[in-house]
Design a protein around this ligand. Structure first.
Ligand SMILES: Cc1cc2nc3c(=O)[nH]c(=O)nc-3n(C[C@H](O)[C@H](O)[C@H](O)COP(=O)(O)O)c2cc1C
Length: 213
């Protein structure tokens, strides 16, 4: 917790204004602080209380996987599944933009028109970016989920269920693609460390995932 507090303080000092990230997200220009060495070095390796998710988490999201711009896999080595706009209010109405962690499950399309191998349909750890992607200057708020699993098939059009258990960091702008890639790799490690605790791991068997889609 002390490291997390230190990180938030440093982030506030380096951000261009003292307002919260939630307020900043409402701005028309969708700007974000630029990542720098001080912020990078201050990153904690585990986040959220050991006792388990605290309000407003857990937050459940679900919808059919949408195609993004396709840069996640190609440019960043980190494929993402975008959630549809109408699935976002449960998180966009209560939480700020930034990077989150939790569990996700892809389940086969209901009409049976596309198959999904069993190994791709398990509940897996995920990191999610909720925001405007300042590095790519997007015009729309998106929720992009990166699932820590090597998928055998593509999951576009299949159902995606997500349980968000905690917040990792605010959304940032980057001076280079490499710096963004480095931060995403750290996000993945932080998520895996944070989810390995029993009070978080138990959400893998949450009824959201057990119910048939
Ligand atoms: C864990 C994670 C963290 C991210 N953090 C940021 C960020 O801080 N700033 C940013 O501009 N984009 C961030 N992104 C978003 C990437 O820019 C985005 O995934 C990329 O633009 C691919 O989008 P596309 O598939 O729609 O092309 C993050 C993505 C992930 C998966």
């Amino acid at each position: 917790m002390i490291l997390q507090d230190l990180y938030s303080t440093i982030w506030r000092l380096f951000s261009s204004s003292p307002e919260t990230a939630a307020q900043a997200a409402l701005h028309d220009d969708h700007t974000a602080p630029v990542q720098n060495e001080v912020l990078r070095k201050a990153r904690p390796q585990i986040v959220g209380p050991d006792s388990g998710p605290e309000a407003p988490f857990p937050i459940e999201l679900s919808g059919a996987v949408q195609r993004g711009f396709g840069r996640g896999g190609k440019d960043l080595g980190c494929p993402t599944a975008n959630l549809p706009d109408e699935s976002l209010p449960p998180i966009s109405s209560v939480a700020r933009t930034g990077v989150y962690y939790g569990f996700a499950q892809v389940s086969a399309r209901k009409d049976g028109s596309k198959l999904l191998p069993d190994e791709d349909a398990k509940v897996m750890p995920m990191v999610m970016s909720l925001g405007w992607n300042p590095f790519y200057k997007n015009e729309r708020l998106t929720a992009e989920v990166h699932i820590m699993h090597d998928f055998k098939s593509d999951f576009y059009g299949h159902d995606l269920k997500v349980i968000v258990l905690g917040y990792i960091r605010p959304e940032l702008d980057y001076v280079s693609r490499e710096a963004l890639i480095q931060d995403i790799q750290t996000d993945i490690k932080v998520a895996l460390n944070s989810l390995a605790r029993p009070a978080y791991e138990k959400f893998k068997s949450d009824p959201l995932f057990i119910r048939s889609p």
